[in-house]
Each structure stands twice: as structure tokens, then as C-alpha cells.
Write a protein that binds this ligand. Structure first.
Ligand code: GRF
Length: 203
């Protein structure tokens, strides 16, 4: 029997990307099991989504300094022996105290193209840049998280997303979210079956 691929998903909010992963693992589109969903916010709706699939959820509030939190979080995540740790709307910049435990195993999703709009409110900032004539399109990226660089690291996948003249921030955000759900699922599917050579990317 093929080895079970073990995923852990870290979230902070709505969890629509988590939902895409839950569905894809449930239907077999991704040949992996989500062993746990971890949130740093107890009100994150994504926790309810995971419960519907009987997947263990953990709320891990930050009560200490960042280094201790990240170390403790890393120890907790390590107990699941994950093959991949997916940051799907995880709103906390992980330090090396966490990342050094999982080289080439942490994957982040960001609603912008590489090098553009790192950090929060990336969709809103892209919309404003479009209004000011600075960009004609935006996009989504999925990348490895090797270090503390914000929304930066070896790129696993990108998808451009057009911005339309009559877009509102809401309509652009809707198109962005649809695109990221599909791109995240397809990228994790490829990672799980070995279609992406992560070691070659990170050298
Ligand atoms: C997504 O846009 C993701 O790219 C960003 O945060 C958002 C999370 O959305 N990092 P959701 O919680 O998956 O619905």
C-alpha cells in the first residue's frame, strides 16, 4: 500500500481554502489525509469546516513571546509527523524556531504574484494599483516558506488573475478566491504525487 501522505493545515479565519483542501482530500482528488487543523484564533470559521469532516482541530493562542510560541507550535505540529504543512490564511509570520523543524515542508498561499504586494490586504492594494494604472493584472502564488521572508520563497505555482474595468474590490476578491482554491488544490495534488521536485527548487 502507498504511504499515507500527512497534511496539517494552519488557518486564522474563514477557511475557504481549507474547505477546498478538505473537499479535494475527501473525494480523492488529493491523495492525502488532513490529520489536523490548527488555528491561532478560536473564532476562525475554518475550525467548524474541519469538524464537519471529523478532523481534529486545535486552537493555539499566542500567550508567550514569539520565539517560545513558534517553538511550542513547532513541537505540537511535529507530533502529527506531517509531510506538508499548509498555511491557508494563517496570519502569523513564522520564525525559524518553527521553520527549522520543517525544511521544505511549509507551503504558503498568497493572493499576489511573486514580489508583488507581500503582507496583508494584497487584493485591496492590487485593486488600488490597477486604478492608478500601475498594473493590469494580479494573481496568486503558492510557495515554500524557507525563512521569515513575508510571502516570499521558492515558487511552486502561480496563476495570473485579470482585473476588469468594472471590477469592485469585492468582485476582484471573489475571482481571486476562486482562483486560489483551484491553484492550491492543484499544487498540493502535485506535491503529494511528486510532480514538483521541491529539493531542486530550494537549492
Ligand atoms: C486568502 O486570500 C489567502 O491567500 C490569504 O488569506 C486568505 C484566507 O482566506 N493568505 P480563507 O480563510 O482561506 O477563506
Amino acid at each position: 500500500m502507498a504511504k499515507e501522505v500527512r497534511l496539517i493545515v494552519l488557518i486564522s479565519g474563514n477557511g475557504s481554502n481549507l474547505q477546498a483542501l478538505l473537499s479535494a482530500c475527501d473525494t480523492g482528488q488529493i491523495s492525502a489525509n488532513i490529520l489536523g487543523v490548527l488555528s491561532n484564533r478560536s473564532e476562525a470559521y475554518g475550525l467548524r469546516r474541519a469538524e464537519k469532516y471529523n478532523i481534529p482541530t486545535i486552537v493555539f493562542h499566542r500567550l508567550t513571546n514569539r520565539a517560545d510560541y513558534d517553538e511550542d507550535l513547532g513541537n505540537l505540529v511535529a507530533t502529527f509527523k506531517p509531510d506538508w504543512i499548509i498555511l491557508a490564511g494563517w496570519m502569523h509570520i513564522l520564525s525559524m524556531k518553527f521553520l527549522e523543524k520543517f525544511p521544505n515542508k511549509v507551503v504558503n498561499l498568497h493572493p499576489a504574484l511573486p514580489g508583488q504586494f507581500p503582507g496583508t490586504k494584497a487584493i485591496e492594494r492590487a485593486y488600488t494599483a490597477y486604478q492608478q494604472g500601475q498594473i493590469e493584472q494580479t494573481g496568486i502564488m503558492v510557495h515554500l516558506v524557507p525563512d521569515e521572508g513575508v510571502d516570499d520563497g521558492p515558487v511552486l505555482a502561480t496563476q495570473t488573475v485579470p482585473i476588469l474595468p468594472d471590477d469592485s474590490v469585492a468582485s476582484l476578491a471573489e475571482r481571486m478566491h476562486q482562483t486560489e482554491h483551484a491553484l492550491l488544490v492543484e499544487t498540493i495534488r502535485k506535491l503529494v504525487v511528486g510532480e514538483i521536485d521541491v529539493k531542486a527548487l530550494s537549492n
